[in-house]
Design a protein around this ligand. Sequence first.
Ligand code: PLP
Length: 397
Amino acid sequence: MSSGKAVDTKRSKLIAARVNRLSPSGIRKFFDLLESMEGVISLGVGEPDYATPWPISEAAVKSLEKGQTMYTSNSGIPELRELTARYLRDNYKVDYDPDGEILMTVGVSEALDLAMRALLDPGDEVIMPDPCYVAYDSCVILAGGEPVKVPTSQASGFEVDAADIEARITPRTRAILIGYPANPTGAVMSREKLLALAKVAKKHDLTVVSDEIYARLVYGAGHTCFASLPGMKGRTILLGGFSKAYAMTGWRIGYAAAPREIITAMTKIHQYTIMSAPTMAQMAAIQALKTGEASVREMVEDYNRRRKVIVRGLCDIGLSCYEPRGAFYAFPSIAATGMKSEEFSEKLLMEEKVAVVPGSAFGACGEGYVRCCYATSLAEIEEALQRMKRFVARHKK
Ligand code: PLP
């Protein structure tokens, strides 16, 4: 295989059909392009611009110095599971047994994959909002399932409606997959709407997979943990992580909390494919839960300042923008330019060197929008807005 030509996996007979079905992440494609350019301001990748707070990194360094470099128990270091259980109890009043109801994973990414593989038989359907995080439908497909999308819109704050979910339930529906605060929209679901969704899940005996990786990044809205709703703990797989709140994306550490039977099944897959989450990342996560709170609050305050600047700035230049109440993304409409989101993003990158992600990367309902991550410095946000202003003025319809 040294022809230098990329393999066209779409037509490859070598590759399994369910893998051929996946398109490469619309986000990565942009970042490959961006790496070859200079002077680009990136509102692209969804990760904090902060380094991990030093006491957290230091705990990992010390663990290395002590030679703590072996595997841990499959489900994770007991102290970390205990602290995670305490964290969920203290913050959301939901009780998990650290011994059997919590599994430490390689980020929420692994937890999501395990959840789907544990739940789905071939052809089982999983209902999810559109637009949504790029990995949701891919994980379902890789697990042999079928993603079923529920449109959401700017007009309804990108919250998914329980009645719209119910309308899509079939005998093959196995689960509902939600992620609030949401990537790419920054939407937060109100408690009332989540309660309505809980009612539907109960009525149709469905499992809810709730990706709450952005739970700590909320701006005045407060976070409702889905498992904390009456009767929901027994049918929820709660996915949580350290990547976003503690600026720990590169450590690759997260967790799943769920009923024992589900965690047992997920652990079975985890033990054959991963063994245990990275030991030093687990040591760092222990420190994050012990002493990271002040840093989280500081970073959230800072994101909030940036959020206000970017939302106001985007609206001022004619890109109407729903006010995100969580995560660190603004999702402005680009209707004023009449362009498709990929064309907009490509031209913006080439003409003004600002990287955003086309909304279409997140599903059909993301078309007409772009995702701007504001986890970057205020100075860069302001410069990006200036460049976007010129761009929009040039291309306004
Ligand atoms: N879930 C959502 C909604 C995300 O936005 C991301 C990362 O961007 C992930 C999960 C993956 O997180 P982790 O770094 O914990 O694997």
